[in-house]
Design a protein around this ligand. Structure first.
Ligand code: PLP
Length: 465
């Protein structure tokens, strides 16, 4: 079925189209209503006044009829597009049959478990187990950590600076941003943060490749030295590309060396593919770019196919020593999301979506690298597939982060019909995570608007400074 489809038909034909500067009248009403009834933690509408009404492929229509190109996919939840008809049909069929089954087997549940084991990376392929617990990525991270603790009987965890693993107590503890943690510490104790290979801002002030990947050496150092002060950990948890941290792509050797170190010291390696997985980088999982197999891999976001909440943990068969009920939740997987997940994998395979992502990702990266040469404030462009970050600095020499520029850029680009988002240690990275089914034409249209907005804003800043 999917081979016959024309990707163009999945999107709103007129995108982008701005009829009225957002927020339009209906959007204003709903934003006011939100302020009245929802609590203060609401965040995203403070940055762009988007009030979505309808999603179609890589486009979103707002309640006043404006149509945007979506370069964000609800943070990589909609890899297969908004309302993809091929997936939607399967989800609706399942919803009409049965929606909630705890962990009793169903056709959809077992089909998804089988598909996930088949597309699992490296040595996990056809040799892993899957569990479904709660519906969020944070829950999958909790599950992954609990499994590592169960197996090793140890408690400490090594995580990395710049990481994001979620918001529940344990996953929050593993996330690095002070703003999320300060109100709640102490959380789960014994998490140690080590430097990630963020080469643009090397924590050791070295240069790759002369540095010989000092970040990896440092991990080995703390495990080897009996006086490092870090107890023997239950796990090392790492994102293969840091998403919230600013789309930080480490050199290949970083993950490869972590793999070797974790084997040498007998510490399970957890690779968090929640944001980078499900085809986002042009491979099913980003760790495949480095030929590295995780011992334990939390997944979530796009595995629910069409934006339905679903999370899971894929792990080595020989790690399956958990007791029944060891990681559970009321939902234990959502069978409608599972049917959608199966349809999404089928769709991607039949369409050859991974090759499409690779091709479009290379074009987008080239376009943005060219823009970097022209731009006064773009310090670095990096990414794999359709997971791309553009880091803005006030000055290319000092690399002082330019966060205000990015906030303004996100808003101005939105007003012109393209949704991009912020990330990074300093909020100075524009992040691109478009639905993978985006067409080349839509992608380039959106990128041209982004470029135009960057150059226009740069002129405005130059005229006032
Ligand atoms: C790498 C990574 N891990 C974990 C999470 C947490 O997922 P959730 O927000 O579904 O709890 C996220 C969310 O952005 C993420 O990017």
């Amino acid at each position: 079925m999917a081979t016959k489809i024309d990707l163009i038909k999945l999107h709103h034909p007129e995108a982008p189209k701005i009829l009225i500067e957002p927020p339009g009248p209906r959007a204003k009403e709903l934003l006011e209503k939100q302020k009245k009834f929802e609590g203060n933690p609401v965040l995203y509408p403070r940055m762009i006044p988007l009030v979505p009404d309808e999603g179609l492929g890589a486009t979103i229509k707002d309640v006043d009829g404006n149509v945007y190109i979506d370069f964000f996919s609800g943070i990589s939840v909609l890899n297969f597009g908004h309302s993809n008809p091929y997936i939607l049909e399967k989800a609706i069929t399942q919803l009409k049959k049965i929606a909630h089954t705890l962990d009793f087997p169903t056709e959809a549940r077992e089909a998804l478990a089988e598909r996930l084991v088949k597309i699992a990376p490296g040595g996990l392929k056809n040799k892993s187990k899957v569990i479904f617990g709660g519906p969020s990525g944070s829950d999958a991270v909790e599950g992954a950590i609990k499994l590592a603790k169960w197996i090793t009987k140890r408690r400490p965890i090594i995580a990395f600076e710049g990481s994001y693993h979620g918001q529940t107590a344990m996953s929050l503890n593993l996330s690095s941003a002070r703003k999320f943690k300060d109100p709640y510490v102490p959380l789960a104790p014994e998490v140690y943060f080590l430097p990630y290979a963020y080469c643009y801002r090397c924590p050791f002030k070295l240069e790759y490749p002369k540095c010989n990947v000092r970040c990896a050496d440092y991990v080995e150092h703390v495990l080897e030295d009996p006086y490092s002060g870090i107890p023997t950990p239950a796990a090392i948890i790492v994102e293969p590309i840091q998403g919230e941290g600013g789309v930080i792509v480490p050199p290949d050797e970083f993950l490869q060396r972590l793999r070797r170190i974790s084997e040498k010291y007998n510490v399970p390696l957890i690779i968090d593919e929640i944001q980078s997985g499900m085809g986002r980088t042009g491979k099913w999982f980003a760790c495949e770019h480095y030929n590295v197999t995780p011992d334990i891999m939390p997944i979530a976001k796009s595995i629910g196919g069409i934006g339905l909440p679903l999370a899971g943990v894929v792990y080595r068969e020989d790690f399956d020593v958990w007791e029944p009920g060891a990681h559970i939740g009321t939902f234990r997987g959502n069978v409608v999301a599972m049917a959608a997940g199966v349809a999404a994998i089928d769709f991607a395979e039949e369409y050859g979506l991974l090759d499409h992502v690779k091709k479009l990702g290379e074009e987008a990266l080239k376009f943005l690298v060219d823009l970097c040469k022209e731009s006064k404030y773009i310090g670095e462009v990096r990414g794999k597939g359709l997971m791309i970050g553009v880091e803005f600095v006030k000055d290319k020499e000092s690399k002082e982060p330019f966060s205000d520029f990015v906030s303004k850029l996100v808003l101005e680009t939105f007003k012109r019909g393209v949704i991009v988002w912020k990330a990074g240690h300093y909020g100075n990275v524009a992040r691109f995570l478009p639905p993978l089914i985006i067409t080349e034409e839509l992608l380039m249209k959106g990128l041209e608007i982004f470029k135009d907005t960057v150059l226009k804003l740069e002129k405005e800043y130059a005229s006032v400074s």
